[in-house]
Design a protein around this ligand. Structure first.
Ligand SMILES: C[S@@+](CC[C@H](N)C(=O)[O-])C[C@H]1O[C@@H](n2cnc3c(N)ncnc32)[C@H](O)[C@@H]1O
Length: 245
């Protein structure tokens, strides 16, 4: 929920500063509200086949292509540092490694022990020695400011209790001109919105995913410059936000 003191008319949004928006999003929401959901994610971390099936289903079988398109939007070069926020079992690592190379760095942050264990095992199997793993809450991460060349968050922001806080932390940690790419799910738009009252509460209950949250709106408020592309009846989207200042 955007704090009322900081809600502005749509036409003024591009001019709102990051500092102004993020000052208004300091929230007391924290992870102690998350345990049932986190234990489910720990479980899915130990059952990667089931997790891959769920991921495939929520993208109607298009997740590989959409993931490639999302990560392809990150303007990274060899040697860069990139954040994978809510990295889960490490599904984005291979594509990120291709971009930053062995001389670059991936910071992989996640709250779930089970997911991080899978991600670490994957990095060992693939011989990726440039990934730094952090277990913690995205809204409380303490990365240095102006340090990242890019950041990505796939299917995680919409399930975070304090998504505003996470967005602001990412924005502050990016270098000016760097991008934050979000590939996620949201409520259907158009004729398919008929499914929202059924699919929404189901996913809210099982994964903490909140279909009523306006994650895209919050990204736009924090960053200003944001391109959004929708797929699958509007229920999947890729948002590419650029830190302007
Ligand atoms: C559905 S999984 C997505 C994982 C991966 N990015 C992918 O695309 O498959 C959501 C991930 O977000 C993580 N997560 C949820 N809330 C978080 C928070 N507040 N801080 C850090 N990670 C969080 C979960 O632990 C989980 O691994």
């Amino acid at each position: 929920m955007i704090p009322s003191a900081f809600r502005v008319k749509p036409q003024t949004r591009p001019f709102i500063t990051l500092a102004l928006y993020c000052q208004g999003t300091k929230s007391t929401k924290s992870l102690h509200k998350q345990p049932p959901f986190q234990s489910l994610l720990d479980y899915l971390g130990r059952h990667p086949g089931l997790y891959r099936f769920i991921r495939w289903s929520v993208c109607f079988g298009r997740e590989a292509g959409l993931q490639k398109r999302a990560l392809g939007a990150l303007k990274l070069k060899a040697g860069d540092t990139v954040l994978d926020l809510g990295c889960g079992a490490g599904v984005n690592f291979a594509l990120l490694e291709e971009k930053v190379g062995a001389g670059g760095r991936i910071i992989a942050l996640d709250y779930s022990e089970g997911m991080l264990a899978q991600a670490k095992a994957l990095s060992v199997r693939r011989g990726w020695g440039n990934i730094e793993f952090i277990q913690g809450d995205a809204a409380r991460m303490t990365l240095p400011e102006n340090a990242l060349d890019g950041a990505v968050c796939t299917f995680a922001l919409s399930a975070m209790p304090n998504d505003d806080g996470a967005i602001c932390r990412v924005a502050a940690s990016l270098k000016p001109g760097a991008q934050f790419v979000v590939f996620d799910a949201k409520a259907f738009t158009g004729p398919a919105k008929f499914f929202n009252p059924v699919a929404g509460p189901f996913f809210k209950h099982t994964t903490n995913w909140d279909y009523e949250k306006d994650v895209v709106g919050k990204i736009k408020m924090a960053f200003g410059r944001t391109e959004v592309h929708e797929f699958n009846g509007g229920c999947n989207y890729i948002a590419v936000a650029t830190r302007i200042t």
